[in-house]
Design a protein. Structure first.
Length: 337
């Protein structure tokens, strides 16, 4: 089963509740109809002005039956959501309660904030932003309202890469992390990224992660370098935080992936011939790595998906068509517990 089929099947089996933050986008409206028709979610909520959504749906020939539409500024939940927002977000030095509450009302009616609050309060299980929202906007809403997963301080990203050669990774599939969020992570942040990517491997590839912390050096072949020390420290931190995780580092890509090279440069490595999760030392290396895999290796990619948050939240790349929006939503729903 390929990644797409796996995510569709998992989402369908879980029957979770989805909220689409930018409900007035035509491709999002079309995707919402497909998601409900294919039973990928038990409920689908569109956020936005009902008249606008109805007008766009009519133009696109989309039936809105059974799709929930919420206009945040007119919702009966507005005061409740604003009060919760003020508790978690408004600076405590703002002592005048009315000022705090009005500020909270202004902020919470923003679609991404509203969608994240629905997830926080158990009204929905997953939220997906719109193509008009930047990844930073979605990430900020996730961090401010949903928060990070237990034991994790750093939100990051995972990209699912599918090689044409099924002998690699999990039938050709890998998790690459972090290729798009944390530019130059510290050792502590890198350990968070690693643990989050390990969970992404479980969620997306349905298998236990086997992780390689990548670098330009393998097992001390280069020394006295602060970048290498960061990776080595991250390895120690990860092993302490999750002793059962199969992991090794620092490793060059060939040492991580080619058993003959592993035997030569890292004999006895527990990841030999089994790596399915690659952790890059910084975003530059990660982005270059997956772009090379796409360009020269003709690999296909899905994502990036946000990881390390307490509840699933995703963003839609600019220009994404409805079929891609469906995939993103299915993968996000597949992570809901």
């Amino acid at each position: 089963m390929d990644f797409l089929d796996a995510m569709l099947t998992k989402a369908k089996s879980l029957q979770k509740r989805l909220v689409l933050a930018k409900g007035t986008e035509p491709e999002t409206i079309k995707a919402a109809r497909v998601i409900l028709n294919e039973r990928l979610a038990v409920t689908v909520t569109l956020l936005g002005k009902k008249s606008d959504i109805t007008k766009i749906a009519s133009k696109e020939g989309v039936d809105l039956s059974d799709l929930e539409i919420i206009e945040p500024e007119f919702s009966s939940d507005l005061d409740k959501y604003a009060e919760e927002y003020s508790k978690i977000h408004i600076n405590e030095t703002m002592k005048h309660k009315n000022i705090k509450h009005e500020k909270a009302r202004t902020e919470i009616i923003k679609p991404l904030n509203w969608g994240a609050m629905m997830v926080r309060l158990g009204r929905a299980d997953a939220v997906v932003g719109g193509a008009e929202s930047s990844s930073v906007d979605v990430l900020n809403a996730g961090l401010d309202i949903i928060g990070t997963a237990p034991g994790i301080k750093t939100a990051s990203s995972a990209t699912v890469l599918l090689s044409k050669d099924p002998s690699w990774g999990v039938d050709g599939a890998f998790i690459f992390s972090d290729c798009s969020i944390i530019f130059n992570p510290t050792a502590e942040e890198l350990s968070d990224i690693t643990l989050s990517a390990a969970q992404s491997c479980r969620d997306f590839l349905s298998t236990e992660p086997v992780v390689a912390l990548l670098s330009y050096s393998t097992k001390g072949s280069k020394s006295d370098d602060k970048g290498l020390e960061k990776v080595r420290t991250a390895l120690k931190l990860v092993k302490k935080r999750d002793p059962k995780l199969i992991i090794d580092g620092e490793m060059q890509v060939d040492a991580a992936l080619l058993p003959s090279t592993t035997d030569y440069l890292a004999p006895g490595s527990p990841v030999r011939g089994k790596v399915n999760t690659l952790i890059f030392p910084d975003m530059e290396a990660g982005n270059i790595g997956y772009q090379l895999a796409r360009s020269f290796g003709k690999a296909s990619t899905y994502g990036p998906f946000l990881q390390g948050l307490a509840k699933p939240i995703s963003y839609i790349p600019h220009g994404a068509m409805s079929n891609r929006v469906v995939v993103i939503c299915a993968a996000t729903l597949a992570r809901a517990k």
